[in-house]
Write a protein that binds this ligand. Structure first.
Ligand SMILES: *Cc1c(COP(=O)(O)O)cnc(C)c1O
Length: 505
């Protein structure tokens, strides 16, 4: 039996042509006869011919987009084991709250006195974020983790400028395992990046770091837990050392999910840290948005926080829009308005429904789940670094050596098994990395199904069943795509095929 069908549909997986291929150019939804005896009021400015856009009936248009939506894998369908992303379950309660018309329909230019409830919500969320991180201030406007990094580093730059050290403090130390946004942000702010080597056990090398410190160091940027899923146990010593050298400590807080309610960055000597609300405090994300990256700041950096900011004066909430009063030294404005309102509502709803004890349990369970996966998979796969992990388990491709199967092949075979692949080839410090973050809401049954399937594949790879991997996925609507070509030469415009020719690739 062939696995090709007459229609191109497979099972109940329906093919979706492009709108341009599917629609009709001859017919529109409604065809009215040309009215007689009237002259176009556009004179000779009217279009010479119809716009040549495809037309659809309402059911056709609806089916097109519903079919497309079903091509998307989602956390609502199954486990999403991407490491470094925290793709967690998003309780529907948050969605319901975010859609309350008072929040969802509020215009960003509405007068302050008509938006007191929204400002009160932002203010309460600020309190929660400061409490959870042990930090005195937070800037709410950054619209993603990377944007929060920019906010923190701009605050650090402003502090350095205020001390008159901008000519000399130009170097930022970044570990080699860092997320790419860290060095990119440092460079964006005009600093040069100096790479910090790691230790055998996947942490920042404290002694090597100390050796690099000097009066030209503006800051260190360290992720904690780091991108190998490990807690930087020397974090306090690192903070003390950089402070002693007159620099600042930027912590990348994207992995805060693992320590929320357990450890407070403020107690660890952090000067600035972004929090990805969309990773730690729910909100559906991926595909480029939406994101929200509030950035907590220490006393040393708080005066330079961006505007706008929400403050409470007596019983009234105010949006500070100008560099004045406590905000006279603000480094300025990063975005037009106050930030991502919908995500603020979701985050606060998530916090209130969990409570302080519930949030602590999130941290505990995410670490427990990751270690369960780590121990089970270590039966067949090689751990990136020895010992327990935090919220994500890292494996190298060592165990695939001589099998003819690579990390990419293994990940593609997972799709055939009905699993979204884990993060691949990141962090770069581990050969053929596979980074798995199960998150706290996966049940033991779900983790077992995932592990059983991966162990089955691992055994198949070792038994020489390369066919299973070589052209996988076999059961997906598309198999191997040329991802490099798609990224480097994207086709962004549909070109009508020549008469009689086959549709474009
Ligand atoms: C996700 C992530 C970022 C960037 O956050 P965005 O919200 O995607 O901009 C930065 N650092 C680490 C470690 C991350 O996991």
């Amino acid at each position: 039996m062939t696995n090709e069908t007459f229609t191109g549909h497979k099972g109940l997986q329906l093919e979706v042509p492009l709108l341009f291929e599917e629609g009709s150019y001859e017919k529109a939804g409604v065809d009215l006869p040309q009215p007689s005896g009237t002259k176009s009021r556009l004179g000779d400015q009217g279009a010479e011919h119809a716009p040549h856009l495809p037309a659809f009936t309402e059911p056709q248009a609806m089916r097109h987009f519903v079919r497309l939506s079903q091509k998307n894998y989602a956390i609502d369908m199954g486990i999403f084991p991407l490491g470094s992303c925290t793709m967690k379950h998003n309780p529907r309660l948050n969605e319901k709250m975010a859609r309350l018309p008072g929040f969802a329909d509020l215009h960003p230019l509405a007068p302050e006195k008509t938006a007191q409830g929204a400002l009160a919500l932002i203010h309460e969320l600020q309190d929660w974020l400061c409490e959870l991180t042990g930090m005195p201030a937070v800037a709410m406007s950054p619209k993603a983790g990377a944007h929060g990094e920019l906010c923190g580093m701009m605050a650090i730059r402003a502090a350095i400028v205020a001390k008159g050290e901008e000519k000399t403090r130009t170097r930022v130390l970044v570990p080699e395992s860092a997320h790419g946004t860290n060095p990119a942000t440092a460079v964006q702010c005009g600093f040069t990046v100096d790479k910090l080597p790691g230790t055998e056990d996947g942490r920042v090398d404290l002694e090597a770091m100390k050796a690099k410190l000097g009066d030209d160091v503006a800051a260190i940027m360290v992720t904690n837990p780091n991108t190998c899923g490990l807690f930087e146990r020397d974090i306090r010593a690192m903070a003390d050392a950089v402070h002693e050298a007159g620099g600042y400590f930027y912590c990348d807080g994207a992995n805060f999910n693992a320590i929320v309610g357990k450890a407070r960055p403020g107690d660890l000597g952090v000067d600035a840290m972004h929090i990805n609300l969309h990773k730690t405090f729910s909100t559906p994300h991926g595909g480029g948005g939406p994101g929200s990256g509030p950035t907590v700041l220490s006393d040393a950096l708080a005066p330079f926080a961006p505007i706008p900011a929400v403050v409470k004066e007596g019983e009234t909430f105010r949006l500070i829009e100008q560099e004045e009063g406590d905000f006279a030294d603000s480094f300025g404005r990063m975005v037009a308005f106050h930030g991502q309102m919908g995500m603020f509502v979701r985050a606060l709803s998530y916090m209130l429904s969990h409570g302080a004890d519930g949030l602590r349990k999130v941290g505990e369970d995410s670490v427990l789940n990751a270690n369960y996966v780590r121990v089970r998979l270590a039966e067949e796969m090689t751990q990136g670094y020895p010992g327990p992990c935090m919220h994500e388990a890292l494996f190298s491709d060592k165990w695939l050596k001589d099998t003819g199967v690579g990390t990419l092949d293994f990940a593609k075979a997972m799709i055939d098994e009905g699993f979204h692949p884990m993060t691949m080839y990141f962090p770069l410090v581990v050969s053929g990395a596979m980074l798995i973050e199960p998150t706290e809401t996966e049940s033991k049954a779900s983790l077992d199904e995932f592990c059983d399937s991966l162990l089955g594949l691992a055994k198949a790879a070792k038994a020489g069943e390369t066919e299973r991997f070589k052209n996988a996925p076999y059961f997906a609507p598309r198999s191997r795509l040329d991802e490099t070509k798609a990224a480097r030469q994207p086709k962004l415009r549909w070109v009508e095929p020549e008469e009689g020719a086959m549709a474009a690739e």
